[in-house]
Design a protein around this ligand. Structure first.
Ligand code: SAM
Length: 243
């Protein structure tokens, strides 16, 4: 943290990013769901929902889907701390999978806030809907469909976006396209979080363009995840933090 002179960033790092003591009693119930998924050998049918991307679903067990797509406990808890700190009213997630990260985010939301999450794989989304209902996370709405088709509809319907977690279709063009689309509805100081910014050359290139965007006034690179506070400001700041 040496060399961090901005009080906002200093506090964000100290009180939120590194504050691993900040927890919720809900973590236990969500982790029980993760454990159940990790012991579920049900095969999910191959469904090609027609993504414009090269995304293809394959026959996989729920166990495999959970272990390969759901955010780990460490990053799920980070999402919880960030959303609690940021306190958005309208939150969006691209990529629900089994709903693990959606539930962690919902745990940090205030009473009247809402999280919309979009998932293209219908059978996976149904599983997510089921556990979300079972744990009574009424603030989460799961939308089933391709981001390319569903995102414009969501953007038409929400008054603003205060938070977006981009966690699906990790390719450069769609990532930048979704970013630009979401910017149009972004509220002042909206927080956008990009997963897997170092996952591939394409994602590294996308992250560089996102960082250079005139509206990305504060960016924090946590290696696996990139945080972006958006709005037009004269000064841009970028930090790389070990997490
Ligand atoms: C990494 S997983 C999401 C994990 C989830 N956020 C979690 O941590 O619990 C990404 C998801 O995005 C979905 N996805 C990828 N491309 C998509 C697209 N173009 N439209 C809709 N869903 C898509 C995949 O089906 C996959 O379930």
């Amino acid at each position: 943290m040496h060399g961090v002179h901005s009080p906002l960033v200093y506090n964000l790092i100290k009180d939120v990013i590194y504050n691993k003591n900040l927890k919720s009693p809900w973590f236990t119930s969500i982790e029980k769901m993760r454990n159940a998924f990790n012991n579920d050998y049900t095969l999910i049918d191959s469904i090609d929902y027609g993504a414009a991307s090269k995304y293809k679903s394959t026959h996989k067990t729920i166990r495999k889907i959970c272990s390969t797509t759901s955010k780990s406990k460490k990053y799920s808890q980070l999402l919880f701390r960030l959303i609690k700190w940021h306190n958005p009213k309208y939150a969006l997630e691209l990529g629900t999978s089994l709903g693990i990260s959606a539930m962690y985010q919902a745990t940090g939301l205030s009473e009247n806030a809402k999280l919309i999450t979009i998932e293209g794989h219908e059978a996976v989304a149904l599983k997510a809907k089921h556990v979300i209902k079972e744990l009574n996370f009424n603030s989460i709405e799961v939308i089933v469909g391709n981001f390319d088709k569903e995102l414009p509809k969501v953007l038409n319907n929400v008054p603003q976006l205060d938070w977006v977690f981009f966690d699906g279709n990790h390719k450069k063009e769609p990532t930048l396209r979704y970013f630009t689309q979401c910017l149009e509805k972004a509220s002042n100081n909206a927080l956008f979080i990009f997963d897997d910014i170092n996952w591939s050359d394409e994602m590294r290139e996308a992250w560089i363009e996102i960082k250079n965007h005139p509206k990305a006034y504060l960016t924090i690179d946590l290696f696996f995840v990139g945080l972006v506070l958006v709005n037009k400001r004269e000064q841009k700041e970028h930090f790389t933090i070990l997490f």
